[in-house]
Design a protein around this ligand. Structure first.
Ligand SMILES: [Zn+2]
Length: 421
């Protein structure tokens, strides 16, 4: 470890991901935006999203339930994936404000113009504009990470890291019970490859030392793209050794180490070496790279609904019956805040699932549904339903992935949340 570590010694392993949907979000500095906002308008209703959030909102009840399900999954994924590098353990309950109307959101004190979501460090609040539509959730996942990092990692993370991790979580795929991280949308891949081809990346030594004011002074999609790919490379594209050093780097920052010393301490001074490995990795990515993650997200989502339907005494005779019910929006899910999932999520994932072969749906010995997907390359996904973590919540589901001999199974990494109780 330490300064002797060299980039060129590391092997590249392109394990990866992808999907779509880019929204530009306004990202707040870790300093005050001015006077702390006053308490939100009284027409907001407060909901507990245990154990992570308190939500204040005036959206319709179906949206409240969807928001609660998404926030529960978000809080869990941040916590699970960042636990290795958080030096500030403890329990927090973060405030989240979701406004039904655009004017209400933009009229809230301190909200920056032109944004659809924001984390306001001065008040600790995460705020979002529900009138923005489904795209708002990328922003909430992004800004929610800033809120999480502010209390759980460090108040002054280097901006490229804070934004890169925020985008990493922003691109995560919601599965109902959890999220699948590491997704690389194809449109972003096209853009970063163009930047590399044009030799237009920000120099790495400049990027890792960039100040928040400089970043905010010239908000550029390309900087978000570069930060996103750097983080994705360090977390999963570069292999286990690089990941270990990255975790140690963030941990050092969380303990208050100066950014440059923290970086050099883990990766050494050779930023050219990093650039070389990084570009090799990016250029090796294709649309296919994220396919296993998208498959996993689809599979885990189907399991989330199957488990809930089973508890409502709705079982399916065949995979086709289940797919049709998913498309028709007739899969039963308890209306309770801790159980609810929107029909639209299943409809979307069934469409993706139909592109995959071969599915089978059977009953396990205890009568619970057992889902299997056997891909043409011999990879087998198996999903089963377990016990509920507590009597108030839906049963946990377990997903295992077996790949034929050679490559390591892309199974349970920290944060493959849906399969965990
Ligand atoms: Zn941001």
């Amino acid at each position: 470890m330490g300064n002797g570590w060299r980039w060129e010694k590391m092997g590249i392993c392109a394990g990866g991901l992808m999907l779509a949907g880019l929204v530009f979000s306004w990202c707040g500095a870790a300093t005050s935006f001015g006077a702390p906002p006053k308490q939100a308008a009284s027409n907001l209703t407060q909901y507990s999203v245990d154990p992570y959030y308190t939500m204040f909102t005036d959206v319709e009840m179906a949206q409240v339930k969807e928001a609660a399900a998404r926030m529960a999954a978000m809080g869990m994924i941040y916590t699970q994936q960042c636990e290795p590098f958080s030096a500030r353990p403890g329990s927090y309950r973060w405030p989240f404000y979701l406004y039904a109307k655009h004017e209400e959101y933009t009229g809230a004190p301190g909200v920056p113009g032109g944004s659809a979501g924001v984390f306001m460090p001065s008040a600790g609040k995460l705020m979002a504009d529900a009138s923005y539509g489904d795209e708002v959730w990328h922003i909430v996942q992004h800004e929610g990470f800033h809120q999480f990092a502010f209390s759980m990692i460090a108040r002054n993370l280097p901006v490229w890291l804070n934004e890169g991790l925020a985008e990493y979580f922003g691109e995560s795929l919601w599965t109902g019970a959890g999220m699948v991280t590491g997704n690389i949308p194809s449109h972003r891949l096209v853009r970063i490859k163009e930047l590399i081809a044009k030799d237009d990346l920000v120099a790495f030594d400049k990027m890792i030392a960039m100040q928040q004011t400089e970043w905010n002074g010239a908000l550029k999609i390309k900087n978000y793209d570069q930060a996103f790919f750097m983080v994705t490379f360090l977390l999963q594209g570069g292999g286990q050794t690089i990941r270990d050093h990255f975790v140690a780097y963030v941990k050092d920052l969380s303990h208050g180490k100066a950014p440059k010393a923290a970086w050099t301490g883990q990766f050494g001074p050779d930023t050219d070496g990093f650039l070389k490995q990084f570009t090799t990795w990016v250029n090796g990515l294709t649309d296919e790279t994220s396919k296993p993650l998208r498959t996993r997200a689809a599979f885990e989502t189907l399991m989330s609904y199957l488990a809930r339907a089973h508890c409502e005494k709705q079982d399916f005779d065949s995979i086709e019956d289940f797919f049709k019910a998913g498309e028709d929006g007739t899969v039963k899910v308890k209306e309770d805040l801790l159980w609810y999932l929107p029909p639209s999520l299943l409809t979307k994932r069934v469409k993706e699932a139909r592109e995959l072969k071969d599915w089978s749906l059977e009953k396990a010995k205890d009568g619970t549904p057992k889902l299997t997907l056997t891909l043409s390359d011999g990879t087998v996904y198996t999903g089963t339903v377990g016990a509920s973590p507590d009597s108030r919540r839906p049963p946990a589901t377990k997903v295992t992935v077996e790949t034929p001999k050679a490559p390591k199974a892309a199974t349970t990494k920290p944060g493959d949340a849906a399969s965990k109780p």
